[in-house]
Design a protein around this ligand. Sequence first.
Ligand code: ZN
Length: 80
Amino acid sequence: MKFGIVVCPKCKHPKGVQLVHKTTRCIRCGKMLTLAKLKILYQTDSEEQLRRALGLVNADMEGKRKDFEELLRSQHKTCR
Ligand SMILES: [Zn+2]
């Protein structure tokens, strides 16, 4: 998996990251995040999927969790 989504523990801002990197900086609050210490919410090899998932994580913040879970389910299907 090349890409992942993490959430900043300080300001709760979701962020897409390249998993080859060990750290990333939160674009909202500027905090340096260590990927090994964070929960990876979503992982994918496709940058397009990452952007789609990131959009849904953002939507989740507005109470649209179902859409995100749907995406995770469809992801499992394509993996099979
Ligand atoms: Zn932050």
